[in-house]
Design a protein around this ligand. Structure first.
Ligand code: PEP
Ligand code: MG
Length: 756
């Protein structure tokens, strides 16, 4: 059976298109099971029908024509019950529904199996035979196994739009591809695929008869790449911190390396054609660097390889052309993984959005998209998007969704959303100078979040009262090596100066999980449960102390710093972090540096910390609840996994109860509780948190005006009443309905509409 299965899967996978794949499947199954007929129905969700799409043994004219209502006949029954149906004589079953001209007269035995992927019924596969008998358990097992494989192939086809074309050839796509929200905003644009890099390993050996011409071609390729890098660096300069720009300098230095160029020239003079001589010189360096134990050096191997591919593209007789960029077009850059250099391929004013098959909301490219103010969708998974070059695309950075080749109705809907959003944002500008005060005069401080120095402008413009969370690791992530104390001091000083006398909450380095440093690779099976945040920095007091010293020095001037420790799981971690903070302070005093002790807070983002919130609070000045992580750890749902994104919900009653407990502990110990997860950026949830007694909120600059609007539209009494009701509910959906209703009543229906 395994051999037959393997053969079917192999042949189906090699099929040129979906109709051929289905035809191969039905024929193979019919032969393997020695039955009279095998038929596949696919679900047409738009029309709530099951459509006969392939058959071996029934009337071939029925393909594409026979459409059954999802509740009709035995096919409908299999889809409805989502389990195999094994009947010795189908025609005697009460749900049997004869279909004219289908050619099933004389068939009795029937076995139907649903095609299911991620809980969705994608179709039904049916085998029929002339005898009256039940199918044996091995036969059922075989068909179930084939169906599971087929469902996964079909899922792929659905995502790429192939099934949609097949089921409704005249209707263009309106199906969403779900990923992870990377940066907010909505855009309608055209897909651009960045330059496909040639692979060094594929370069064949070839002699040259004219080394002089070959060398001239090589020099020209080097000069072109050098120019491209310079242009890219200039174009992105306004958006990149100086540390990030340094990457381009490193590339240019490598490109000018005498030994690399010299070795290539020697290879050419020895009779090799330029691509092979370049390949040998580059790969020799890559191998050397890859063997280095030092993570910084091994990370350089990838840089040299990347550079090697760039030059190679210009050396090839027929270089692979990048997407031609037409003036006026709004481009959405779509790639599996994206580097800063990819972004540089499109003029900044024409880059409308970014879509990345890999990565998460915290990936480097998502952060850059946020800094540039364009939407991004990340982590779409393994999908064949390459062939959609030049297609229309809608990117919904709020929901983490994209739509390829959207139909007119969907386009119009999104265009309306874009217009409404622009109007709403313009209207909300008026709130900028107004306080975040409820209708009955209660003021709750609303802070902005920031990650890079480039965020300063947006954070200052949005009408927040300071910075509630400055994620210092972002600046570490966009560099080539750990920043020195002096570099950090300069950056922190700039941040504190920009907001003084308003507070700036700076979180100490929170790497690990999916936030890795290019120069310090951490390989773990479960990175979110591994060497993250404070666990890492306590194991590296050298890195931690350098950061603390830089922060304390920066604070000496402005005294508006509040320090925050991330990913705390035990009381001992806080004690140790405080000891190191004291050590940094004393070292600075001894060295004669001006320094000022800041207020200190602990992030509550792990269930153990939540349940010890009281003990932790007593050791510090404030608490800050990180609901992004708290939700993932409490619900056991990876925050960046699109497959389980439906389960990730920070309105889950368990999360609300946990937050309520933390707030209560803050009250008992007299320590203020801030909430800095994405939950605080959701206007409905922000009102709920106000009602639950959270003392301050921190949201991304783009969300601050909406949150302010929501809070200014309600009374504290209404918010408290909402919190009492919400804490009684059983499901996140019920909580969402309650909040939406409250927003509608407060005259904020537009916000609810925008999110949906
Ligand atoms: C959080 O976990 O809620 C949080 C604010 O931290 P981050 O998203 O940076 O992990
Ligand atoms: Mg966190």
């Amino acid at each position: 059976m395994l051999e037959t299965l393997r053969r079917i899967v192999q042949q189906v996978s090699a099929a040129p298109d979906l109709p051929s794949a289905l035809a191969i499947t039905v024929n193979q199954i019919r032969d393997a099971m020695r039955v009279a007929a095998c038929t596949i129905y696919l679900a047409d969700e738009d029309n709530r029908e099951l459509v006969l799409m392939a058959t071996a043994g029934l009337n071939p004219q029925a393909v594409g024509r026979v459409r059954l209502d999802r509740r009709q006949g035995l096919v409908g029954l299999v889809a409805e019950r989502q389990e195999p149906l094994n009947l010795e004589d189908a025609s005697r079953h009460p749900r049997f529904h004869p279909v004219g001209d289908i050619g099933e007269e004389g068939y009795h035995a029937l076995l139907g199996v649903p095609l299911i992927q991620y809980r969705r019924v994608l179709g039904v596969v049916l085998v029929q035979h002339t005898t009256i008998r039940h199918f044996a358990s091995e036969e059922v097992a075989f068909l179930v196994t084939v169906a599971a494989q087929l469902a996964s192939i079909l899922n792929h086809a659905i995502l790429s739009g192939a099934t949609q074309e097949l089921l409704n050839p005249l209707v263009s796509g309106s199906r969403a591809l779900q990923g992870v929200a990377g940066a907010p905003g909505v855009v309608i644009g055209t897909v651009a695929i960045p330059h496909l890099m040639a692979d060094l390993g594929d370069v064949p050996d070839r002699p040259t008869l004219n080394p002089t011409a070959e060398e001239a071609g090589f020099q020209a390729a080097i000069a072109t790449v050098e120019r491209e890098l310079r242009e890219a660096s200039d174009r992105l300069a306004p958006y990149l911190p100086p540390t990030e720009q340094a990457l381009f300098t490193v590339y240019r230095m490598m490109l000018g390396s005498d030994s690399l160029l010299g070795e290539t020239r020697a290879g050419i003079q020895a009779g090799q054609w330029a691509p092979a001589a370049w390949r040998d010189a580059v790969l020799a360096r890559v191998r050397l660097l890859e063997q280095a134990a030092d993570p910084y050096l091994s990370a350089r191997a990838e840089d040299i390889r990347d550079l090697g591919r760039r030059v190679l593209n210009h050396l090839r007789a027929a270089p692979i052309q990048p997407t031609p960029i037409m003036a006026g077009e709004r481009w959405v850059l779509v790639a599996e993984e994206m580097s800063v250099a990819h972004l540089a391929a499109i003029p900044t004013e024409q880059l409308a959005a970014i879509v990345c098959l890999r990565g998460s909301a915290l990936s480097h490219v998502a952060l850059l998209a946020r800094a540039m103010g364009i939407p991004a969708v990340m982590g779409l998974g393994d999908r064949p998007l390459g062939r959609f070059e030049g297609s229309a695309i809608i990117v919904d950075g709020y929901q983490g969704r994209v739509y390829l080749n959207p139909d007119l109705a969907l386009r119009a809907e999104y265009q309306q959303l874009i217009t409404t959003e622009a109007e709403l944002s313009a209207g909300l500008q008026e709130l900028r100078e107004l306080p975040t005060t409820t209708q009955d005069g209660y003021h709750i401080p609303l802070y902005a979040k920031a990650g890079l120095l480039t965020d300063i402008a947006a954070a200052r413009d949005c009408g927040a009262e300071g910075i509630g969370l400055y994620r210092t690791e972002f600046a570490f992530m966009v560099r080539e090596s750990f920043p020195s104390e002096e570099e950090q001091y300069q950056a922190y000083r700039q941040m504190l100066a920009a907001f003084a006398p308003q507070p700036v909450v700076m979180r100490t380095l929170d790497i690990g999980g999916d936030k890795t440093l290019p120069y310090f690779a951490i390989q773990e099976n479960n990175p979110f449960l591994g060497w993250r945040g404070m666990r890492f920095t306590l194991d590296h007091p050298d890195i931690f102390l350098t950061q603390l010293r830089a922060m304390l020095r920066a604070n000496a001037e402005w005294n508006n710093l509040r320090l925050l420790f991330p990913m705390i799981t035990t009381v001992e971690e806080v004690d140790e972090a405080l000891r190191l903070l004291e050590q940094a302070h004393e070292e600075l005093l001894a060295d004669g540096w001006p320094t000022a002790r800041p207020q200190v807070g602990v992030m509550i983002e792990v269930p153990s910390a939540a349940w010890q919130a009281g003990q932790l609070a007593r050791r510090v000045d404030f608490l800050s609840v990180g609901t992004n992580d708290l939700t993932q750890y409490l619900l056991a749902v990876d925050r960046d996994n699109a497959r389980v994104a439906g389960l990730y919900d920070n309105l889950h009653p368990a999360l609300l109860k946990t937050v309520a407990y933390i707030v209560e502990q803050g009250r008992v110990t007299g320590r203020p509780v801030n909430l800095c997860g994405e939950m605080a950026a959701d206007p409905g949830a922000a009102v709920l948190l106000l009602g639950m007694g959270v003392d301050s909120l921190s949201a991304g600059p783009a969300s601050v005006p909406r949150v302010k609007w929501a809070i200014r539209s309600v009374t504290l009494a209404q918010a408290r009443n909402l919190a009492v009701q919400a804490l009684e509910l059983d499901t996140a959906r019920q909580v969402r309905c309650l909040l939406d209703e409250a927003l509608h009543q407060a005259g904020l229906g537009e916000i609810v509409h925008q999110r949906d």
